[in-house]
Design a protein around this ligand. Structure first.
Ligand code: PMP
Length: 372
C-alpha cells in the first residue's frame, strides 16, 4: 500500500458514518457546444447587472461582504412586498435548502418529497443526517398528498413548478398541505417566475412555510450563486443561523441588488419570451409524435424511450439535454431547457437525427403521422 492509499483509508475511517452513501453530485455536464441541461437564462445577464459587474472596484473584494446580505434582503423585500426580516439569502438556493434542512431536522428526522423532484433533495437530507422518503407522484403528475402526509415528515419539500416535470402544484393544494402538515413545509420556487404564480402569500398565513427561490434561472445569475427564502421572521432566523455569516459574496450581492432594482423589465421580457418559446418547443415535440408534460417552467419534459442513448446521440451532434431514465408514470424522459429559438431549432435538428438513429421506428412513424 502506498502512502497515498494509506492516507485515503485513514480518511475513510474518520468520515462521518452517514456520509458513506452520500454521492458527489454529478449531473454529467461535460462541455458541449449547446448546453440545454441546466435551465439557466440562455439570453444572458441582465444589462444593468452586467454593467455593475464590469465596474466593480477591487476594494469591494478586499473586504469581507456584509454578514447576512442586508441590502439584498431590502431590495428583495420591496419587490416581493414583504418585510426584510422575512428573508434569508444563501450561496444559491442549494445553500438555502441545505441550511433549512439542517435548521429544522434533528439527526434521524424525516424529509419527504414527491418523486420525481429536484435531485439534490435526498442528498441534502443525507448530508444532514436526516432520513429521506420519496413518494411517487400520481399518474396525472400531481402530489400524492395523503401518502406524503402519511410519512409524518419533519420537513416536507414541494417543488413547483417541479423539476424535472415542469408541473405546477396549485396554491389550494399547497395551502391544504400547510394546514395539515405539522412540520416545516419547504416550497421550492426556483422556476416560479415562468409560472406566473407564487406561494409567497402563504408565508403570511402559516409560520412554518418557507418559500425558497433563486436568481439562477429567470435572473440569469447562476454563476454568482444567489438564492433566498421567504418566511416568518422566526423561521428564517433559524435558517440564517444554520447558514452562517458571509455566505453571499460582495460581488454577488451588488449585482443581485442591481438586477432586482433596475433590471426587472428585462427579466420580465425574457420570462415572457421563454414562456412563449416553451409552448413552441412543446408543439414541435407534439408534431413529432412525442407528448411533453404541461410545463410552468423554462424547460419541457417529454417521455422519450431510450432517453440515455438518444441524449448521447444528441451530444454527439453538439447538443446536450438531460435524460431522466425510468421516471414513475412517465418512463424514460428528456428535459429540454428553453432558450432563443435558433438554439431550439438546432436542438430539434439534433433530436430528429438522434431519434432516427436510436429509435428508427419512432422516427418513421413521426414522419408519416402514424403513432408508433
Ligand atoms: N431548486 C431547483 C428545483 C433547481 O432546479 C435548482 C437548480 N437546478 C436549484 C434549486 C438550485 O439552484 P441554485 O442553487 O442555483 O439557486
Amino acid at each position: 500500500m502506498s502512502a497515498l492509499d494509506l492516507d485515503r483509508a485513514a480518511r475513510l475511517a474518520v468520515a462521518r458514518a452517514v456520509y458513506a452513501d452520500v454521492p458527489l453530485y454529478d449531473p454529467k455536464r461535460a462541455p458541449v457546444d449547446l448546453d440545454l441541461t441546466d435551465n439557466t437564462n440562455l439570453w444572458g445577464v441582465p444589462p444593468t447587472a452586467e454593467r455593475v459587474l464590469r465596474e466593480i472596484a477591487p476594494s469591494v473584494i478586499t473586504r469581507y461582504p456584509s454578514l447576512y446580505a442586508a441590502d439584498l434582503k431590502q431590495a428583495l423585500a420591496e419587490w416581493l412586498g414583504v418585510s426584510a426580516d422575512m428573508l434569508v439569502t444563501g450561496a444559491g438556493s442549494d445553500d438555502v435548502l441545505d441550511s433549512a434542512m439542517r435548521a429544522f431536522g434533528d439527526p434521524g428526522d424525516r424529509v419527504a418529497a414527491s418523486v420525481p423532484t429536484f435531485a439534490m433533495v435526498p442528498i441534502f437530507a443525507q448530508m444532514n443526517g436526516l432520513a429521506y422518503t420519496g413518494v411517487p407522484e400520481t399518474a396525472d403528475h400531481t402530489l400524492d398528498v395523503e401518502a406524503l402526509l402519511a410519512t409524518a415528515p419533519k420537513v416536507l419539500y414541494v417543488c413547483t413548478p417541479n423539476n424535472p416535470t415542469g408541473c405546477v402544484t396549485p396554491l389550494a393544494t399547497l395551502r391544504a398541505l400547510a394546514m395539515r402538515h405539522t412540520g416545516v413545509l419547504i416550497i421550492d420556487e426556483a422556476y416560479a417566475e415562468f409560472a406566473g404564480v407564487s406561494a409567497v402569500q402563504l408565508v403570511r398565513e402559516f409560520d412554518r412555510v418557507l418559500v425558497v427561490r433563486t436568481m439562477s434561472k429567470a435572473f440569469g445569475l447562476a454563476g454568482l450563486r444567489i438564492g433566498y427564502a421567504v418566511g416568518q421572521p422566526a423561521l428564517v432566523t433559524e435558517v440564517e443561523k444554520s447558514r452562517g455569516p458571509y455566505k453571499l459574496t460582495s460581488l454577488a450581492e451588488r449585482v443581485a441588488v442591481t438586477a432586482v432594482r433596475e433590471d426587472m423589465a428585462w427579466v420580465q421580457e425574457h420570462v415572457a419570451l421563454a414562456v412563449s418559446l416553451r409552448e413552441q418547443l412543446a408543439d414541435s415535440l407534439r408534431t413529432r409524435g412525442f407528448a411533453p408534460l404541461p410545463s410552468g417552467a423554462n424547460f419541457v419534459c417529454a417521455a422519450v424511450p431510450e432517453c440515455v442513448a438518444v441524449g448521447q446521440a444528441m451530444r454527439a451532434r453538439g447538443v446536450a439535454v438531460r435524460p431522466f431514465p425510468a421516471l414513475p408514470h412517465i418512463g424514460d424522459a428528456l428535459r429540454f431547457s428553453v432558450g432563443p429559438w435558433p438554439l431550439l431549432e438546432r436542438c430539434l435538428a439534433a433530436f430528429d437525427a438522434a431519434v432516427a438513429e436510436v429509435l428508427p421506428d419512432r422516427a418513421a412513424a413521426a414522419s408519416t403521422g402514424v403513432s408508433a
